[in-house]
Design a protein around this ligand. Sequence first.
Ligand SMILES: *[C@@H]1O[C@H](CO)[C@@H](O)[C@H](O)[C@H]1NC(C)=O
Ligand SMILES: *[C@@H]1O[C@H](CO)[C@@H](O)[C@H](O)[C@H]1NC(C)=O
Ligand SMILES: *[C@@H]1O[C@H](CO)[C@@H](O)[C@H](O)[C@H]1NC(C)=O
Ligand SMILES: *[C@@H]1O[C@H](CO)[C@@H](O)[C@H](O)[C@H]1NC(C)=O
Ligand SMILES: *[C@@H]1O[C@H](CO)[C@@H](O)[C@H](O)[C@H]1NC(C)=O
Ligand SMILES: *[C@@H]1O[C@H](CO)[C@@H](O)[C@H](O)[C@H]1NC(C)=O
Length: 529
Amino acid sequence: MHNKRKLCDKLTSSFLRKWWVVIVISLILLLSGVLVACFFNAWVNFFIDHHITLKEGGQVFDMWRKPPVQPVIRVYVYNVTNADDFLNNGDKPILDELGPFVYVEEWEKVNLTFNDNGTVTFNQRKTYRFDPDQSEGDENDMVVVPNIPMLSATSQSKHAARFLRLAMASIMDILKIKPFVEVSVGQLLWGYEDPLLKLAKDVVPKEQKLPYEEFGLLYGKNGTSKDLVTVFTGAGDITKFGLVDKYNGMSHLPHWKTEKCNSIAGSDGSLFPPHITKNTTLHVFDKDLCRLLPLVFKDEVDTRGGVRGYRFTPPENVFAEIEKNPENECFCPSGPPCAPHGLFNVSLCQFDSPVMLSFPHFYLADPKLREAVEGISEPDPEKHSFWLDVQPTMGVSLRAQARVQINLAVSQVIDIKQVATFPDIVFPIMWFEDGISGLPEPVTNLLNLATTVPPVARSVLLYVLFIAGLLLLLVSVTCLVRKSGRQETLSLEGTAHYAANDEKKSKSNGQSNGHKYPGSNPGFIPDRP
Ligand SMILES: *[C@@H]1O[C@H](CO)[C@@H](O)[C@H](O)[C@H]1NC(C)=O
Ligand SMILES: *[C@@H]1O[C@H](CO)[C@@H](O)[C@H](O)[C@H]1NC(C)=O
Ligand SMILES: *[C@@H]1O[C@H](CO)[C@@H](O)[C@H](O)[C@H]1NC(C)=O
Ligand SMILES: *[C@@H]1O[C@H](CO)[C@@H](O)[C@H](O)[C@H]1NC(C)=O
Ligand SMILES: *[C@@H]1O[C@H](CO)[C@@H](O)[C@H](O)[C@H]1NC(C)=O
Ligand SMILES: *[C@@H]1O[C@H](CO)[C@@H](O)[C@H](O)[C@H]1NC(C)=O
């Protein structure tokens, strides 16, 4: 008791001379605490938004321009092992899934131009290098696959005049074109000379048809793309950060029925607008996919380096038939009939070739499609689903596997004798998974720092501010009360005629100008004149 009183005396007498300053300070501390509680997250978000904006010299910009990751594409090819029996005896095609054939990629954006309106325009460069160590098989392995240029031409001729089909048949006879080709895996992917394309190039008007003589599923993808892409840098509007504004000068696709379905406002999959919640729908745009791919929240995951992420996948009905997902109506401009359940018709983006995309092994598609062939195992979400892990506060992709299967929807055309026995079928050609397995350590460290420090800092700040504020307030108020109590007793003990006066004084909170009591601590009386 005595000690406490001494402490109070000390405090009030020395640096707490002006006791009201202490109360003000403690109130300021408490108020700061309230401000931190309310606005700290907003400040952090403001800071994040400011720092991720794509600008020359920025850290995120460098990561975006030349991602410090090693994307890898694994290709699986369906080798047809009974082509003759399929054509001659009507057997189910027997497929042998070969691969993976693994290519290590390097991504870079070149010819960057910043526009004044918060966008940047560039060409994407991707290079692919075959990695024999990770691969199961060699690029030179020979495979038998459907002759895509030929079957595209014959399927397209279905509704043409009959004499055209007959002419086509005799040309194919002369050029010895068959419905299946035997090519190496490298050729199938990167291109082989195709007699039909060569012919088409000479015959068909320039602007109308394929600009190539060669055919390959990834033909022309190794190197700098000629496509000019404009994306939002996030300056001015962070909600569009990383999204495509224009693709080759076009702000919409020309193919589909509604503006929504023609939208290209998606990310390339590496960066998304920040502050992602479990309710957010992410959008990825890829030219070959021919549409925006929506991705919805699935799970929370731990990724490399201990970074917590959200897993996003396409909704299960993304490629569903119209009866099951009416929103897909807009993707069927010439239907009905429209694409079967689980397939996406990209023929308008593929020079009218009847190419249909699906998930590998017909995951989420009509099981009949898989049962129409032999040799494709049941789809397994682990192996065949499309997913992407993203760090929600920053919008950075942590890991991803973009998995897509390419199929050819062949139509039977009786008039062309080479394909007269090729039935209507969705013929799987190959599937691939293109993705990254993780970010390098410096980046994950940075992400960890950026995501763990703010909440901790907020809590620490809150505790320090509130505890310091409360303590200070408590101490000063206690001392004050004690002081005034002592004052009164002292006064009472002293000269009685002061008592009445004194009561008034303490009620008026000691603000009245000083009348120094004998024996009282001068610090208690305000020094104000
Ligand atoms: C693909 O199938 C054909 C038979 O149609 C066979 O000759 C060839 O060896 C197979 N390729 C591989 C790499 O297994
Ligand atoms: C883009 O950059 C590449 C080299 O990085 C160059 O060969 C090409 O001419 C450039 N294209 C344009 C349109 O500037
Ligand atoms: C921004 O400027 C570029 C180049 O002038 C233009 O292509 C693009 O359409 C503009 N974007 C917007 C959203 O105005
Ligand atoms: C891609 O191009 C690079 C050179 O630009 C070359 O070294 C590499 O072998 C090519 N990859 C494939 C798969 O053709
Ligand atoms: C997310 O969606 C659910 C259901 O639609 C809703 O109850 C919830 O409030 C939403 N959360 C946010 C953060 O918008
Ligand atoms: C795919 O789309 C094209 C163009 O709209 C259309 O002509 C074709 O019939 C469609 N194919 C199927 C199988 O629906």
